[in-house]
Design a protein around this ligand. Structure first.
Ligand code: HEM
Length: 570
């Protein structure tokens, strides 16, 4: 088992293009996003005014006049003292008195509670250890905020399905406050806006072929480019994280913005670097999340202001310019070819009185685009990255998959979806990879009303951490969860069995993964081609293997490793 070391503005007016007389757009080459980014930003005026950091030069004071400065200093000092008093009260007041909240795994520290256990990111080791001490449902006091961690399939289902009304929303993250996106898009949207955005996104993605053969063909083309890229390394050891990200991101990009990008396209390389930094360079969010007022400090002690450039870049260099570009040629009667045009069309077509209509706007579209780009890139590519690493450790699994593909598909063409029923062992390998890696190990929820869970009271205002990895890797249903054993998904005759209920890599309940069908297709087509064309070998001549360790960076990512792709002889 991968040892989880320390390691889951809105325009004042809509984003408008200046009115242009109709032109023949077919004759005009499509501008590269790098070219359109600057002018697109130029006519984006934001009404909420994305965070202007305090400490920026203030035009109200003339040089030499200190009266105003003194007044402001006193006001700031008074505000600081008031805030400190408020937080001291929040931290020290008796909380949850008389309520039977889930037990703590150990003593709390003065003021900070169990913050020392949690660190700057959720640490899966901590979740495992605390579960051993305090049981399947336990509490942590994170500097005055109650966090309840829920483990085990039955408890997870109880929360996600039966207590949807009380725990259906995700908590508002400091990032969204800073971006002015507290209830936009899908992933972090809430209540009715979430419902409207999710329903709209699913309809559009299906109309674009998600889960259908037309999408498989598109993925197949990208896979072809990817395996040729791997062949071009000529057996040299490579870390495939970047090329893999380009390939998988291209699939979602072709759906949402209607473009694929070359591996060395500087615009795309920079965008993916931003995406990578967005995940890997996470600042001390936990501190800011619990002590919101710290964001008003003029310095960047917790590294958040520096980090904010990554989500800004994903919005300003990806979502906004592509929306503006599509708007130039958008025609309500065209058959939508991308997520953007599908959404713009829904904005125009939806009966204005309908439930969904009032929630469709360009701000939501911009956030959704960024979310689909992130969710659709990182998850699938990291699963493939895990699978290759695991196969270095389990060479017999690799050989068995290769033999199965050779027998049922041959070597003359890449596998396609019609081969799926015959590649049962390979299918089991994909499932076992998802179980073993537990990519989305835990997801947060906000408790909006008190509810009872297994005799405990989960109080309103607390946060829940739903520990998916606990179901995927529990000893009780799986027997030997630490072993990579694809056969657990098969019967004695080699047929796939019905998935055990604890197999929940895509979550469960109303917020389950929106891209499941796309992800399954990508995993099948990309990995089958890789197994068919190459043997994965360790770079170390002595046979030393890269460790199966990972870090929980929103998703559980393996530590970087290199691998040699040895072509299979024809
Ligand atoms: C192997 C790949 C993937 C895995 C393991 C995965 C897993 C998950 C999980 C566990 C959740 C959280 C469910 C919850 O909170 O209850 C989720 C949510 C989501 N996923 Fe995926 N996902 C994958 C691929 C994708 C792809 C390709 C897309 C893009 C189309 C996508 C889009 C989303 C979105 C938009 C949400 C938020 C849904 C909501 O809040 O309503 N995912 N995913």
């Amino acid at each position: 088992m991968p040892s989880p070391t320390s390691r889951a503005p809105s325009p004042e007016e809509p984003i408008n293009t200046p009115h242009n007389p109709p032109q023949d757009h077919r004759a005009r080459p499509t501008p590269h996003p790098t070219e359109i980014a600057a002018p697109a930003r130029a006519y984006c005026t934001y009404k909420k005014g994305f965070t202007v950091w305090p400490g920026a030069s203030n035009p109200c004071f003339a040089v030499g006049d200190t009266t105003g400065v003194m007044e402001v200093t006193w006001v700031l000092l008074a505000a600081l003292v008031a805030t400190l008093v408020y937080y001291a009260w929040v931290l020290l007041r008796p909380r949850h008195a008389g309520l039977n909240i889930p037990p703590f795994p150990g003593p709390k520290r003065f003021l900070t509670g169990h913050l020392h256990l949690w660190g700057s990111q959720p640490n899966l080791n901590v979740l495992h250890e605390c579960r051993k001490k305090a049981g399947d449902i336990f509490s942590l006091d994170l500097a005055g905020k109650l966090l309840v961690v829920v483990s085990g399939y039955d408890n997870i289902k109880e929360v996600m399905v039966n207590h949807w009304n009380e725990a259906g929303n995700r908590p508002i993250h400091i990032m969204h406050k800073l971006l002015g996106e507290e209830n936009l898009g899908i992933v972090f949207a809430r209540s009715d806006n979430w419902k409207a955005q999710r329903a709209t996104a699913i309809t559009i993605l299906r109309s674009l072929g998600m889960g259908k053969n037309v999408m498989a063909e598109r993925i197949g083309e990208e896979v072809d480019v990817f395996v040729n890229k791997l062949a071009s390394y000529n057996c040299k050891p490579v870390d495939i994280r970047n090329p893999l990200n380009v390939s998988v991101s291209n699939i979602i990009c072709s759906m949402i913005v209607g473009k694929r990008f070359d591996y060395d396209d500087p615009y795309f390389v920079e965008l993916l670097n931003n995406l990578d930094s967005f995940f890997t360079k996470r600042p001390h969010f936990i501190v800011m999340n619990f002590f919101n007022f710290l964001r008003y400090l003029p310095f960047d002690i917790f590294g958040i202001k520096a980090w904010m450039k990554y989500p800004y870049a994903l919005r300003d260099n990806f979502s906004v310019p592509h929306i503006n570009e599509k708007k130039k040629t958008f025609n309500t009667d065209d058959i939508p070819g991308t997520f953007i045009t599908g959404y713009l069309q829904k904005m125009k077509q939806e009966n204005k009185g309908s439930f969904v209509a009032k929630y469709l706007d360009e701000e939501n579209l911009a956030t959704t685009l960024r979310e689909l780009f992130i969710a659709g890139s990182e998850t699938t590519s990291t699963t493939i990255y895990w699978c290759v690493l695991i196969c270095l450790h389990y060479p017999e699994v690799q050989e068995k998959v290769f033999q199965e593909i050779t027998t049922h598909v041959g070597r003359d063409r890449l596998p396609n979806l019609s081969d799926k029923p015959n590649l049962k062992y390979f299918d089991a390998v994909i499932k076992e990879t998802q179980r073993f890696a537990a990519l989305v190990s835990a997801v947060p929820r906000e408790v909006t009303a008190d509810f009872e869970l297994k005799g405990y009271t989960i109080p309103k205002g607390s946060m829940l951490m739903v520990h998916f990895a606990s179901a995927l890797q529990d000893a009780k249903p799986w027997g030997d969860p630490d072993k990579f054993r694809p056969e657990r998904f098969m019967d004695a005759d080699g047929n796939l069995i019905k998935d055990p209920q604890e197999f929940i890599p895509f979550g469960l309940g109303k917020r389950f993964c929106l891209g499941e069908a796309l992800a399954k297709m990508e995993l099948f087509l990309c990995l089958s081609a890789m197994f068919q064309r190459f043997r994965f070998e360790t770079e170390d001549p002595s046979g030393k293997l890269p460790p199966m360790k990972g870090n929980f960076l929103t998703v559980f990512v393996p530590e970087a490793y290199k691998v040699k792709f040895m072509p299979r002889p024809a």
